[in-house]
Design a protein around this ligand. Structure first.
Ligand code: ADP
Length: 533
């Protein structure tokens, strides 16, 4: 904390809410530019839809979703078609306002005609989603899982998953949705912030009881009932990697805009909260991604009517302290220069090594190459010689497990939109923007030689105007004019369909990417030769 300003650069900047650069030219920031926007309900749904179009089987862990109000007619038509095809299908849908959290404004419906489009919350854009009617129950209650994921780097992609998470329970026994129980939030919504107001809410005194438990305690129970928890973990890891692969194209656009390549700037990392629901058959379903997961390790308790006190929450402490401690260990800049100094070390005083995170560093205690903070007695000491370094083994084992690049081989074929985003970024031209102008789009078409007698440059301009206008009218805030990444992806898919009509969508897009990359490489080669000449 720097209440009186700061003169020297820091190794790590820990921002509360979002990335804001404030003239940071070095070090690491705990937030990515654009993360908040990228994981909003609508943006996430759009990114997942693109991936579902390309890889329907791989991305079936995200419920079918529609964006309101613009896709209301599509929602109505698709539901009608599915009902016609299967008259016994009795679906339920969940409507979630965009940008909402903690269950704010969420409601369940049985029919598209029940959507409320007026009223202050209802007039906000929203996502309507297929409701998962058969969740796994424990003690007859619905619950969801909050897992912490560290996105340590975007380029190259590095992802870590915390080995334990939180399970948050409903407070009314679950029944499949009927018109009678649709409004019962304590039965259908697992949000802690809602259920805490239920008379049945139980503050957990240990990690395996009450309304908030550790995920590992649930896994223990499942395992004792003979469930294949190894497969469950592997499915969860795969869900997390695939979701981040869906988010990276957009994040890269924001990143190059805020931190242009080749200019001094910080690197970023971020702890994300993944909300996952388990179906009865143990299939994990992604509900949402939180850019700012709560790291509170206390909860409020009402001592007497109207008198509240913050008391420690053992379950939160068990999971969250380890996540923060290990994030700091993984991004520890001193790790790279171990020879100079050591961040955490043990002074001579007796006692166990702490598992609690290091205290907030203030100007007077900020680490410098020659001073260190003892994490047990919190005294500022001279750095030990390199030979006195504390071995990593003296710390508790890492709760964050690397999953990418560890499993990169299995997932790299999914990174198609990343390659489309690389083309987009290449033609953005002026650094600092996130939108492509008409000239940039024309240059892309020209350099990749995509226009011909059937597709004139006039048709290129019409495609640009049509798609850009539609995306810009969708009620998303715009600081800049031009074509956003998602609009470019749509235009790219359009071009791919035109060029490779007979192929399935995935092959159309993959072929066009290869063609563009090839032509751009050839152009670069030619320019190099001309340069030499
Ligand atoms: P918020 O950000 O407001 O918490 P969520 O998307 O997390 O919104 O939804 C709130 C709760 O609603 C979830 O914790 C979950 O219990 C329930 N929920 C959300 N989506 C679904 C779904 N598709 N099927 C079943 N339950 C859902």
């Amino acid at each position: 904390q720097f209440p009186f300003g700061r003169r020297l650069p820091c190794d790590i900047y820990w921002h509360g809410v979002s990335f804001h650069d404030n003239n940071i030219f070095s070090g690491q920031v705990n937030k990515f530019p654009g993360m908040m926007e990228t994981v909003r309900k609508i943006t996430l749904s759009r990114a997942m839809r693109t991936m579902q179009d390309l890889f329907p089987l791989e991305y079936n862990f995200y419920p079918r979703s529609w964006i309101l109000p613009e896709e209301l007619p599509l929602f109505v038509a698709e539901v009608r078609m599915m009902k016609d095809r299967n008259p016994s299908w009795k679906p339920t849908f969940i409507v979630k306002p965009d940008g909402g959290c903690q269950g704010d404004g969420i409601y369940l419906i049985k029919d598209p005609s029940d959507i409320r489009l007026t009223g202050s919350i209802q007039s906000r854009p929203a996502v309507v989603q297929e409701y998962i009617c058969k969740p796994l129950l424990v003690d007859k209650l619905k619950f969801d899982i909050r897992l912490y994921v560290l996105l340590k780097s975007l380029e190259p992609l590095e992802i870590y998953i915390a080995k334990d998470g939180l399970s948050r329970f409903c407070t009314e026994p679950y029944q499949e949705p009927t018109l009678k129980n649709l409004h019962q939030v304590f039965m259908h919504l697992t949000n802690y912030s809602l259920n805490i107001h239920s008379g049945n809410f139980i503050h957990s005194a240990s990690v395996n009881t009450g309304s908030k438990r550790t995920f590992s305690s649930i896994l223990c129970r499942l395992s004792s009932r003979g469930a294949d928890v190894k497969k469950l973990w592997s499915d969860i890891i795969s869900l997390v990697i695939k979701t981040i692969i869906a988010l990276t194209p957009e994040l890269k656009v924001y990143y190059q805009s805020d931190i242009p390549a080749g200019k001094p700037g910080p690197t970023c990392f971020q702890i994300l909260g993944f909300d996952i629901l388990l179906m009865k058959n143990l299939k994990p379903i992604l509900l949402e991604v939180n850019a700012n997961p709560s790291m509170r390790i206390e909860h409020e308790q009402e001592l007497s009517p109207g008198v509240f006190e913050n008391v420690p929450s053992p379950v939160d402490e068990e999971v969250k302290v380890a996540v923060i401690r290990d994030t700091l260990r993984l991004v520890d800049p001193q790790k790279k220069k171990r020879k100079d100094t050591q961040v955490l070390w043990r002074c001579g005083a007796p006692g166990p090594f702490p598992t609690a995170p290091v205290q907030h560093l203030t100007e007077s205690t900020r680490l410098t190459p020659c001073s260190i903070l003892c994490c047990r007695c919190q005294s500022l000491e001279q750095a030990p010689e390199a030979s006195e370094e504390l071995p990593e083994a003296a710390l508790p084992s890492l709760c964050l497990k690397q999953v990418f690049p560890k499993y990169a081989k299995q997932f790299s074929y999914l990174r198609l939109v990343d390659r489309v985003a690389a083309l987009f970024i290449r033609f953005l031209g002026v650094k600092g923007t996130t939108k492509l102008g008409p000239t940039g789009f024309r240059t892309f078409i020209r350099n990749c030689k995509l226009s011909n007698s059937n597709f004139s440059m006039a048709a290129v301009d019409i495609l640009y105007i049509d798609i850009t206008r539609r995306w810009n009218s969708m009620g998303i805030e715009h600081k800049e004019s031009g074509m956003c990444l998602q609009a470019f992806v749509e235009a790219f898919f359009c071009l791919a369909q035109k060029k490779y009509k007979s192929l399935p969508l995935h092959d159309q897009v993959a072929s066009l990417i290869e063609l563009c990359e090839c032509r751009l490489a050839a152009l670069r080669g030619k320019r190099l030769v001309w340069g030499c000449g």
